[in-house]
Design a protein around this ligand. Structure first.
Ligand code: GAL
Ligand code: CA
Length: 346
């Protein structure tokens, strides 16, 4: 009888152990890594700064997975410079189980209907790089913007010219007429970075008491090939009187370098914005005089941090530094060979 009781006890303990173990495995599955699904919509993949930002988004996501024990799935869509194509891509994802959509609009003026659809589907949006108007951001409380202050990038580019001029190390005024003759290569018309970079680069230079003379302005839509062809026209028209090339971004500045090089002309002071890898190479070669670091690394990290906070229903304020409630703005940094070593690009 005693032996039977003992056996019963052992059996009961055994059953308890089995139940405990199976409970444990349930608990384990409850603790399974949370997966966050992010849709990333690019205005085009054919843009050096945007593709740099995209690869940094991947890096930021992998870091976040480790630090926060998450699984982050990023699906990217190429808008191919066509808003209708991008609208279709967004609509499809709004019908699927995405947690958040990160949108680099093709046309930054058409955010309103996208915001309304996302609100109906209750999927938060993080716009980036191409800034919608404030009214569109404020249409719904789950809409944010990550980017940088375009005015600041113009100022930083202008400061490079002011520093060069004041240092006396560079002969910007080659013909000695007391003015810097310049040409301007502009990005897409209507883009906040085009308008404000042009305006504030010039203001910063002239406010420092340096006289400028504009020879010509042309738009080259952020693209290297267009930057090259527009610069070839400038060279044909103005020849050696070009003392400075201000470009709204690096790719067009690299195009300008291509044009001077292919015409066997001495390369004047050429300045870009972005600090992309090919631009850094030309900076090192001495053919690009300066650029402005558009913190793609910091922006990518903010986009991921913000997206995860929104996906998990957490307060974004605790994860990113917000301006005016909905904006994460990263400062620009002027870059020349003198401080390039201080910029963390990796
Ligand atoms: C700017 C960048 C450009 C281009 C553009 C696209 O911020 O400087 O190179 O990428 O965004 O929207
Ligand atoms: Ca001059």
């Amino acid at each position: 009888m005693r032996r039977i009781l003992l056996l019963n006890k052992i059996l009961i303990i055994f059953i308890f152990i089995i139940i405990f173990c199976s409970c444990d495995s349930n608990t384990y599955s409850d603790n399974a890594v949370t997966e966050i699904k992010i849709g990333v919509f690019l205005y085009t993949k054919d843009d050096t700064f945007i593709s740099t930002l995209q690869s940094n988004l991947e890096k930021a996501a992998r870091n976040k997975e480790i630090s926060d024990n998450l699984k982050i799935v990023i699906n990217s869509f190429d808008g191919k410079g066509n808003q209708t194509v991008q609208n279709e891509q967004i609509s499809k994802c709004l019908e699927q189980n995405y947690d958040v959509l990160c949108i680099n609009l093709v046309d930054r003026t058409v955010a309103a209907p996208i915001v309304d659809k996302a609100k109906t589907a209750d999927i938060p949006i993080v716009f980036f790089n191409r800034e919608p108007v404030k009214e569109d951001i404020e249409r719904w409380e789950k809409v944010y913007y990550v980017g940088a202050d375009a005015k600041n990038s113009g100022e930083k580019q202008g400061e490079i010219v002011v520093d060069m001029y004041n240092s006396g190390k560079y002969n910007l005024d080659k013909n000695g007429d007391g003015k810097i003759q310049y040409v301007m290569l502009e990005g897409e018309q209507g883009h906040q970075d085009t308008l404000l970079r042009t305006e504030y680069a010039i203001k910063t230079i002239t406010n420092a008491g340096i006289q400028l003379e504009k020879l010509a302005t042309e738009t080259a839509n952020w693209q290297r090939s267009q930057g090259a062809s527009k610069t070839s026209q400038f060279i044909e028209q103005f020849g050696d009187s070009i003392e400075l090339v201000l470009s709204n971004n690096d790719d067009m500045a690299l195009g300008a370098i291509d044009a001077f090089a292919s015409e066997n002309k001495k390369i004047p002071v050429i300045l870009g914005v972005d600090c992309t890898t090919p631009a850094v190479e030309e900076l090192r070669n001495g053919r690009l005089s300066g650029t402005v670091f558009g913190d793609f690394k910091g922006q990518a990290k903010s986009i991921i941090d913000l997206s995860c906070a929104l996906a998990l229903g957490k307060n974004p304020k605790e994860y990113v530094e917000l301006e005016n409630g909905r904006y994460v703005m990263h400062p620009y940094i002027s870059v020349t060979m003198e401080n390039l070593y201080k910029i963390d690009l990796k």
